[in-house]
Ligand binder design. Structure first.
Ligand code: 7TS
Length: 411
């Protein structure tokens, strides 16, 4: 495909998403909760059906035909994920449940091993709770300090403040590539380089980047990068942790069990090689296999085409929403993924969400698992519309019409 996504072929793309073709509360569904999870194309759904109807088997252990086929398909996803983020080696790709597990793995294995009393971990004020709480837990245990990069009024990170936070005690910097609440795209290359100059390792939470932004871990030189399949048109319950081989090699296992060992005696256990050292037990085979179909889907359309289409939608929605009376857009960074967060004077975000749902429009309302960020903006939560490749300007018009009615109704 790899051609510009136009409204004409968005119609073709939509046909691959049966779930979009339904009525909710008597209206055509408008699905604008893509930052929470995207819908899945037929090829992903079919990959699941093919696996369960054709070759369901446990992997890496059996020598029978089905087990070999399942193992091959599972490893093909690892290869596809490696290419997708341009990792050096396939064994640098660890399959996990998603970004939350990826961060917990690093905080637990790397953090508990290498953080000492008085060391520092830096995160940012834009983080999802899953990139806050695991660091709080490990800092508390190791008696290390957690420091926060402040967020500017427009939703960008304060890089001058970041530079001042970095010290020789800084051991880990963990920030997102893009913010789920505001859409801000962070200057991660700069953040990574500065952290490395201070001698720290860097984890990038790519949950909101996977389906939208180019990712080249070799060029970025990050030590860890995390992705969730379900935010990239793939199934829930699977995702990847990328780690530089030399960093993963010096980390202890995260969980013990089958698959992650070389030899077990009651006296001593030796651990398996990468990536198996970090993949204890039977993994999420089916969903991981189907994740490859999602990666293929993104590659075939082309991430730059997806991004161009979504940027057009975001610009359109931002302009329209900004013109409505009483609307305040939260997060106006110059570089954003397709997230529009806003509040409306004197109307609670939950009420807006419910009234939009009554018109078949699915948006997210609340704190989006970023309570400290909401506190900074002095709001309890926002309404968030987030766009994907299958969304259209018509759908935005529907939302604007809905919002106009809500504003008039609540006057
Ligand atoms: N980091 C970011 C930036 C996220 O947006 C999310 C999920 C996570 C981490 C956690 O990912 P998970 O796949 O392990 O759950 N964000 C959202 C959201 O914005 N609404 O629902 C989930």
């Amino acid at each position: 495909m790899n051609s510009q996504v136009t409204v004409a072929n968005v119609a073709e793309i939509r046909k691959q998403f049966p779930v979009l073709n339904q009525q909710v509360n008597g209206r055509n569904l408008v699905y604008f909760d893509n930052a929470a999870t995207t819908q899945k194309p037929l090829r992903v759904i079919n990959a699941l059906i093919e696996y369960y109807t054709g070759y369901n088997a446990n992997i890496h252990r059996g020598i029978h035909t089905l087990a070999e086929r399942a193992t091959r398909a599972y490893e093909e996803t690892r290869q596809a994920a490696k290419d997708f983020i341009n990792a050096n080696f396939a064994e640098e790709i660890i399959f996990v449940r998603g970004v939350t597990e990826a961060i917990n793995l690093v905080a637990s294995s790397y953090g508990r091993t290498f953080l000492q009393l008085g060391d520092e971990v830096i995160i940012s004020g834009l983080e999802h709770h899953s990139n806050i709480v695991p660091w709080q837990l490990v800092c508390e245990e190791r008696r290390a300090y957690l420091k926060i990069i402040p967020v500017l009024e427009n939703g960008e990170l304060d890089l001058d403040a970041y530079q001042k936070l970095l010290t020789r005690q800084t051991k880990i910097v963990a920030v997102n590539h893009a913010s789920n609440s505001l859409g801000t795209i962070n200057p991660i290359k700069e953040i990574i380089d500065l952290a490395h100059q201070a001698g720290a390792v860097v984890l990038i939470d790519g949950a909101q980047a996977g389906a939208h932004l180019p990712i080249d871990v070799q060029q970025l030189d990050c030590d860890f990068y995390c992705l969730s399949s379900h935010k990239m048109y793939g199934p829930t319950g699977t995702g990847i942790l990328y780690g530089k081989r030399e960093v993963l090699e010096k980390m202890p296992p995260y969980q013990g069990g089958g698959e992650m060992i070389k030899e077990v005696t009651f006296a001593k256990t030796t651990y398996n090689d990468l990536p198996h050292k970090f993949e204890a037990g039977t993994p999420n085979i089916a969903d991981t296999i189907a994740f490859k179909s999602a990666i293929d889907f993104i590659n075939e359309i082309g991430k730059e085409n997806i991004a161009a289409h979504e940027s057009t939608l975001l610009a359109y929605a931002t302009e329209k929403a900004g013109a409505l009376p009483g609307v305040r857009i939260i997060g106006q960074a110059p570089h954003k993924v397709s997230v529009l967060s806003f509040i409306i004077d004197d109307i609670h975000p939950f009420d807006i969400g419910q009234m939009l749902d009554a018109r078949g429009i699915a948006v997210r309302t609340g704190h989006h698992c970023t309570q400290p960020l909401m506190d900074q903006f002095g709001v309890e939560g926002t309404v968030r519309a987030s766009f994907a490749v299958y969304n259209t300007k018509d759908e935005i018009d529907h939302m604007m019409e809905g919002l106009t009615r809500i504003i008039n109704f609540m006057k």
